[in-house]
Design a protein. Sequence first.
Length: 193
Amino acid sequence: MKLVLSLLLVLLLPGVCAVAQAQSTRLNRCTDPQGQSVYTDRPCDSLGAQSRRPPPTPSGNTLQRDSLGSSCPRRLSELVQALHTAVSVGDVNRLSSLYLWGAVSDAGAQRILGQLESVVRRPLVDVVPVYPRQDVDEDAGPGAQELESDTAPAPTARRPVGLRLEQTLPGSATRAATVLGLRRQYGCFWITL
């Protein structure tokens, strides 16, 4: 009986070690007290931050179909969810269906498909909106800036101009980011490179 248990332990030990090693390289996405995303291999609460996980990946396509039977993300949230799904399942075809292909040459399409394929090979951590930079006139001085804020109309809601995919390199905790352009055309949201 002891021989069987010893043999069983010897056979299971490499599998247990592999699971422990895989869990130790897990990357956690946390939100610090200032609201900034922090990526770490330690538990979030050890940094004084809270855990922030991406939404669960749905099974199947969540996009609405129009009267012609084609589907496209009509809201930005639908595009973000479709990006999550495509990258999470590693489907370059699904990701390429979100790309605005108009006026792309054959050589350009091959290059873009290669870039999209490298995106789906990396584990996804988050999809973050990219906003346009607000240029500040540094020569005007602080008084002029206060004067402008008193006379300027209330700022309008900023809209994102792109999406940044926060990812890790396969098998490591090294961060990688890809910035995708964001376009609205034909009543749908599309990505560009």
